[in-house]
Design a protein around this ligand. Structure first.
Ligand code: HEC
Ligand code: HEC
Ligand code: HEC
Length: 119
């Protein structure tokens, strides 16, 4: 094998691995597991607030980076200690989208019970 053949082989390998990576990447993306639903409980006197990845990600097709990690850490309850309705109403946390434009507002009295579920 001369020099030309060698560099051709190297180029072929580089191209092949790029093609392979591009093929694999979307599969990896789709396989990132969607965490199960959980519930915020520091909501007195109103009911607890369940959060559903399944609804937001699978049904509403929101991408992970829309929430992670600028709005929320990938750790459930991490935001709970800082999450007050005052902050939500000011556009933080859930209020980033639940502002009456992207999604139903946190300020509307008629919509409290869409998040705060009485058991
Ligand atoms: C609509 C917003 C939103 C989107 C979109 C979203 N997440 Fe989350 N995720 C959250 C919230 C809220 C939490 C809990 C954070 C907290 O309580 O501080 C969370 C927590 C997590 C956790 C930690 C779960 C645990 O049990 O500790 C993982 C892992 C995670 N998300 C992965 C993902 C992945 C992967 C995607 C995309 C497929 C995604 N999330 C999309 C809002 C979102
Ligand atoms: C988009 C969902 C959502 C809507 C709509 C919503 N809340 Fe909340 N609320 C939350 C979350 C999340 C927390 C934080 C719970 C935690 O950290 O454990 C919370 C916490 C609270 C708390 C306890 C903390 C605090 O700030 O005093 C009260 C009281 C409350 N909400 C009242 C209301 C009222 C009243 C409405 C309607 C005007 C409302 N909420 C609408 C999600 C929502
Ligand atoms: C990245 C944007 C985004 C964030 C952040 C977000 N949501 Fe939503 N949420 C949506 C959209 C979009 C919808 C569907 C539109 C609507 O119902 O107004 C929705 C709908 C919902 C619904 C209605 C579900 C149903 O079955 O109809 C609930 C409950 C809810 N969100 C709770 C929350 C809570 C609690 C948080 C914070 C922990 C949160 N969301 C954060 C975008 C978001």
């Amino acid at each position: 094998m001369n020099f030309k053949h060698l560099s051709l082989a190297a180029t072929t390998m580089v191209v092949a691995s790029i093609v392979f990576w591009l093929g694999v990447k979307p599969i990896l993306g789709a396989e990132v597991p969607v965490p199960p639903d959980f519930s915020y409980e520091e909501t007195k006197p109103l009911g607890a607030v369940p959060f559903s990845h399944k609804f937001h990600v699978t049904a509403k097709k929101l991408q992970c980076p829309e929430c992670h990690t600028k709005v929320f850490q990938m750790k459930k309850m991490a935001a709970s200690k800082d999450m007050t309705m005052a902050k939500l109403n000011a556009g933080e946390f859930c209020g980033k989208c639940h502002d009456g434009k992207k999604a139903f507002a946190t300020k509307d009295a008629k919509d409290c019970s869409r998040c705060h579920i009485k058991k």
